[in-house]
Design a protein around this ligand. Structure first.
Ligand code: AMP
Ligand code: MG
Length: 336
């Protein structure tokens, strides 16, 4: 199969619609990361996504819809704060989890009685979703466990010959996956941190919890239990206070391989003469650059050495979560 990287011209949007209606899979730009989309109403189409990615069968998918799509047939009621959240953050990088009516394929939510829905703001995503005018199940368009894709080329590198179309919208502006928010309880609860922060949600609706799975319990957001976002090279990770140890680790690798640091600008400046990949200065910049640099790192280095950024709150909660998982510091309980 030939894999075409295309723009959102009328002709290619019509082609995307035809493919989706035929139960095929289409990759598309969003403001967070690229998605691998298929008709959420079709069992066969949804199962194709799992097969293509090698995604574990108990890791549910997010359903994407355009901004005028009526989600009421898909959801079984909603709490009072949900409308205010939609007004404040949609379209945008917030996924809301609702009680499900079970209208979409049972494979989307992997047996959960809830459904995760997102309305992306990317014009390419909106044009694609409008053309399809169906609920589109779409995880990130990377092979399972690999680093999420933030350019069409990244998607191509993982799926060349396996999917017909990649709708190119340029580099993703947010750069890490959406915030996943459980909207089934009395107060909203963050299941996965992202660009819409707890502070922003509190500001909009007054209250917001952050979910942490208790040991032994099936996590509410099953995907968070998996090893994720891993570059295909050796990795090491050091807190900022252990920069000397990190340098020793670099020197040791240098004897036989090609080490490289991944760190914020301020630390890069201290590492003159070493190979570095610069995450940037602000939390938003670090979110935008992280995945592209992890992919660059795996191509250029035999050992990628992450240095923990200084800031921790707000958007950095999401960045730190992805970074630690990429470097294998925190990856829950499962290995696949
Ligand atoms: P990805 O599409 O690869 O960004 O992963 C989707 C994330 O959304 C995973 O972490 C899932 O566990 C989470 N998710 C999807 N559907 C649900 C749901 N119904 N309830 C809770 N989390 C969900
Ligand atoms: Mg993913």
């Amino acid at each position: 199969m030939e894999t075409n990287i295309v723009s959102r011209s009328r002709g290619w949007l019509d082609r995307a619609k035809t493919l989706i209606e035929a139960g095929e899979v289409v990759a598309f730009h969003t403001e967070t990361v690229y998605g691998l989309g298929a008709n959420a109403l079709s069992d066969e189409a949804v199962l194709k996504i799992f097969a293509l990615k090698g995604r574990p069968a108990d890791n549910p998918l997010i359903v994407h819809v355009h901004k005028d799509y009526d989600i009421s047939p898909l959801i079984d009621g909603e709490p009072p704060y949900a409308a205010a959240l939609r007004r404040a953050f949609l379209p945008g990088p917030l996924t809301m989890v609702y009680p499900s009516t079970g209208k979409v394929s049972k494979y989307v939510s992997c047996g959960l009685d809830t459904l995760a829905i997102r309305v992306p703001s990317s014009p390419t995503a909106q044009a694609f979703l409008k053309a399809a005018d169906l609920p589109i199940a779409a995880p990130s368009a990377n092979l399972s466990k690999h680093v999420s894709p933030v350019t069409a080329r990244h998607v191509f590198d993982d799926f060349n010959g396996k999917i017909p179309l990649i709708l190119d919208g340029g580099a993703c502006s947010s750069g890490i996956e959406s915030t996943v928010l459980d909207c089934t309880g009395d107060i909203p609860q963050i299941l996965r941190e992202g660009l819409v922060t707890r502070e922003m949600i509190v500001e909009a609706v007054g209250e917001c919890g952050v979910y942490h799975a208790k040991s032994g319990e099936r996590p509410k957001s099953p995907g968070m239990a998996y090893k994720h976002y891993s570059p295909r090279c050796k990795t090491a990770y050091f807190p900022r206070e252990e920069l000397e140890k990190a340098v020793a680790c670099y020197r040791e690798e240098e004897a036989c391989g090609a080490p490289c640091f991944l760190c914020e600008s301020e630390v890069c400046a201290l590492l003159q003469g070493f190979r570095t990949l610069d995450l940037g200065r602000t939390p938003e910049e670090m979110a935008r650059r992280l995945y592209a640099l992890l992919r660059k790192g795996e191509q250029q280095a035999t050992l990628l050495i992450g240095i923990e950024p200084r800031e921790k709150g707000g958007v950095m909660a999401g960045v730190m979560n992805r970074m630690k998982r990429a470097f294998g510091v925190e990856h829950g309980t499962k290995e696949s």
